[in-house]
Design a protein around this ligand. Structure first.
Ligand code: F6R
Length: 251
């Protein structure tokens, strides 16, 4: 079941998303969070750092697993998702670094790395709250539109669209890694709760497809309709292709 809440802008969405995560940590101080990178969560990560500095949320017992990482990439590279997470969240809150997990972009055996990631999450009892962004093409994690989707953590090829979109962070398009390690659709759907954040008109088509309630591998995020507890937080632009009645029914 998907619920959607429309906020007036990015800041309001980020505040609300940070409050959802903070509430989860307060409810369960040793919770396991699934985290995302990208532009969408920057505001919420900075809100969480503020809440942590104010003593309103304590990350000491929290464990985190990130959705994805480029492959191959050195974690010290400033374009790696490990670097992103350290810079934008982990270094700014009192999380125990040993409890933060990002797929290792230099794993010599990617299959073993993926299998171990899934096994570790399972051994911990699963992810309590999974944060997601959404790609313009409806991808979640690096699960891109395709004829078939992978259930578990795996190595994937990035599509030309994603390489182009991500090239804004690299010196040139040629520098963008062509592969990534990512949790699969099944890994994502195994989380107890899922929160997806989306802002801007570019996401409107993907959000409209998700809210149609149908499943299609052409929009991997549509698979969220299989889950019993999904919250979408967005701004007005991201739902500009959805009618008010649909939004009202799901709010
Ligand atoms: C990032 C991730 C991606 C992004 C998506 C949206 O870890 O898994 O699926 O969430 O590409 O990215 P932004 O937020 O930059 O629009």
């Amino acid at each position: 079941m998907i619920r959607i809440y429309k906020e007036k802008d990015y800041e309001a969405m980020s505040r609300r998303a940070a409050n959802v995560i903070a509430a989860e940590i307060i409810r369960k101080p040793d919770c396991v969070l699934g985290l995302a990178t990208g532009t969408s969560p920057l505001g919420l990560y900075s809100e969480l750092a503020t809440l942590n500095a104010e003593g309103r949320v304590d990350f000491a017992g929290v464990t985190t697993y990130n959705l994805d990482e480029y492959y191959p990439i050195d974690p010290a590279n400033d374009q790696s998702y490990r670097y992103f997470m350290n810079k934008n969240l982990f270094n700014n809150v009192n999380v125990d670094m040993d409890k933060t997990h990002v797929l290792f972009g230099q794993a010599p055996d990617w299959k073993a790395e993926c299998a171990q990631y899934d096994a570790e999450i399972e051994a911990l009892g699963g992810i309590d709250l999974q944060l997601l962004g959404i790609g313009v093409d409806g991808h979640i994690g690096f699960n891109e539109p395709a004829e078939v989707l992978d259930p578990l953590t795996h190595l994937t090829d990035l599509t030309e669209d994603t390489i182009r979109a991500n090239s804004r962070f690299f010196e040139s398009e040629a520098d963008v890694p062509r592969h990534a390690l990512t949790m699969g659709i099944g890994s994502i759907l195994s989380a107890r709760r899922i929160m997806l954040i989306a802002t801007g008109e570019a996401k409107a088509k993907a959000i409209a497809t998700v809210l149609s309630g149908k499943l299609t591998t052409a929009c991997p995020a549509s698979m969220l309709n299989l889950h019993s507890d999904v919250t979408i937080l967005c701004d007005r632009a991201a739902v500009s292709l959805c009618d008010e009645a649909t939004i009202a029914a799901l709010s």
